[in-house]
Design a protein around this ligand. Structure first.
Ligand SMILES: [Zn+2]
Ligand SMILES: [Zn+2]
Ligand SMILES: [Zn+2]
Length: 137
């Protein structure tokens, strides 16, 4: 058991289990978002349903958020420390058209969107596409 991972899980009211710690470690090691099939590849022996439930728990507890980047696969990424997954925490995502990786651009907020007065904003999904710094080298 890694005390750092333990602390991070407990800070989001997630009971630390060995599996949750392992999944969290993978998410920390990645600097891009990860899809469920990609996660499954890293855990060949683990039950797929368990991995899926782990992601769902993490998302419910706002440890991670999901991204629909238009590739068809839902991807998941770690929330930054102070994220509550509210509208004001939303940020731009970047999809690299070369490596197909999706990045959280936490420091770039979604611009203010002025809807007609009788419309209610619930979420915004803003994906910017281009070539990532890795592929640009
Ligand atoms: Zn979040
Ligand atoms: Zn790339
Ligand atoms: Zn993100």
């Amino acid at each position: 058991m890694n005390p750092e991972l333990d602390k991070k899980l407990k800070s989001k009211n997630i009971r630390p289990t060995a599996m949750r710690q392992l999944v969290l470690q993978v998410l920390i090691d990645q600097n891009t978002a990860i899809s469920l099939p990609e996660l499954e590849q890293k855990f060949e022996k683990a039950d797929k349903a368990t991995l899926y439930r782990t992601l769902k728990t993490f998302e419910e507890k706002r440890l991670i958020h999901h991204i629909e980047d238009g590739t068809g696969a839902v991807k998941y990424a770690l929330c930054h420390e102070k994220c509550n997954c509210h509208l004001e925490d939303l940020h731009v995502h970047f999809l690299c058209t070369k490596c197909n990786q999706t990045y959280c651009l936490d420091e770039i907020q979604i611009p203010d969107i002025k809807l007609p007065s009788d419309f209610l904003l619930e979420s915004v999904n803003l994906v910017v596409k281009g070539i990532c710094s890795n592929c640009k080298k």
